[in-house]
Design a protein around this ligand. Structure first.
Ligand code: UDP
Ligand code: MG
Length: 328
């Protein structure tokens, strides 16, 4: 009998934990799917952890992982994948915006032999125009980088054990889960779902955190911005050639005194182009610096399984992924 692990990252979700666990138990129990729930408390400031402990006392199939501070959703998903023991692992938000019924359809597709089942949003829900445009730009770059249309992708997906192991074996710290799951390949199916309204609590994403998230993920996944620098350089060079020819003609025809405005414009334009380019390169260097420090992706402070807390072997569970394959 195969077991489905459901990974649920939770940050300040005290109002949702009990309900989400209950709904998942009902939906999966009814469908006759054996499951475990892996709830990762991403350093919440409210009583999310207490709620997870309480839920764990009621249901032995609940595993709770508590971070020492907020490490972000990607880290929480990664920790969940690392602790999941199922033959197939689903990842979903713990605010019930990803409809649990869809899990049944995903599970069916997994039984048919698909190894990655991606949840695709039918529509993007209510958003401001600015938000839509920015998201469009971000997903445009990401789609180019992955070769997959990322426009309506989500973090709602189900993966076979083999896929999970492939993702866990990747050593990078900054990982964009949504793109990584398509990057690894495997036999993939898509399931559409309608994003539900959040029932309680609030979204953790401000516009600023979304912008930061977009930049981090673009840099984590593609070197395209560095190519912008090269292309920008080539364009500047071509324009300079034109200007040089023009200036020489002016010089030889004896009209070369004026041109202050042109010089100021060219200097300012080139100066800003150089600075923006340096900024882009600097950002990549900063990310390389973060990666080479090889700090852990997250730090776990507590684990509960079936209501019992376990502090031993925490370090063991948070150790580096096995890198012996690199020597082969
Ligand atoms: N989340 C997390 N760490 C964070 C921010 C969010 O684990 O730093 C979780 C959150 O608890 C939820 C999921 O990520 O389960 C999606 O977050 P949210 O609902 O705030 O995002 P939205 O649905 O508005 O995109
Ligand atoms: Mg949400």
């Amino acid at each position: 009998m195969s077991v489905l692990s459901v990974v649920l990252p939770a940050y300040n979700e005290e109002l949702m934990i009990a309900k989400t666990c209950r709904v998942l138990r009902d939906v999966l129990g009814e469908a006759g799917i054996s499951y475990e729930l892996v709830l990762v408390d991403d350093g919440s400031k409210d009583s999310t952890w207490k709620e997870i402990q309480k839920a764990g006392e009621k249901d032995a199939c609940i595993l709770g992982v508590h971070f020492s501070r907020n490490f972000g959703k990607e880290a929480a998903i990664f920790a969940g994948l690392a602790h999941a023991r199922g033959d197939v692992v689903a990842v979903m938000d713990c605010d019930l915006q990803h409809p649990p019924e869809t899990l049944k359809e995903m599970y069916r597709l997994w039984r048919e032999g698909y190894q990655v089942i991606e949840g695709v949003k039918k529509s993007r829900g209510k958003e401001s125009i600015l938000h839509k445009e920015c998201a469009g730009f971000f997903y445009g770059i990401m789609s180019k980088a992955t070769g997959v249309n990322m426009r309506n992708t989500s973090d709602f997906k189900m993966m076979d054990r083999q896929v999970v192991e492939s993702i866990l074996s990747m050593p990078e710290r900054n990982m964009f889960f949504r793109a990584t799951s398509s990057w690894v390949g495997y036999r993939t199916a898509f399931v559409e779902f309608e994003v539900q309204e959040r029932e309680a609590g609030q979204s953790k994403w401000s516009s600023w955190s979304l912008i930061k998230y977009a930049f981090t993920n673009i840099v984590a996944f593609t070197t395209l911005p560095l190519q912008f620098v090269t292309v920008g350089g080539v364009i500047c060079f071509l324009l300079s050639l034109l200007l040089i020819i023009y200036s020489l003609i002016q010089y030889f025809t004896g009209h070369a005194v004026e041109g202050y405005t042109t010089i100021v414009m060219v200097m300012l334009l080139l100066g800003s182009a150089v600075m923006v380019s340096l900024g882009i390169i600097g950002y990549y260097i900063a990310k390389i610096y973060e990666e080479v420090k090889r700090r852990p992706r997250y730090i776990i402070s507590k684990i509960v399984r079936g209501g019992r807390e376990n502090r031993s072997c925490l370090y063991e569970q948070n150790k580096e992924p096995d890198s012996s394959f690199l020597q082969k």
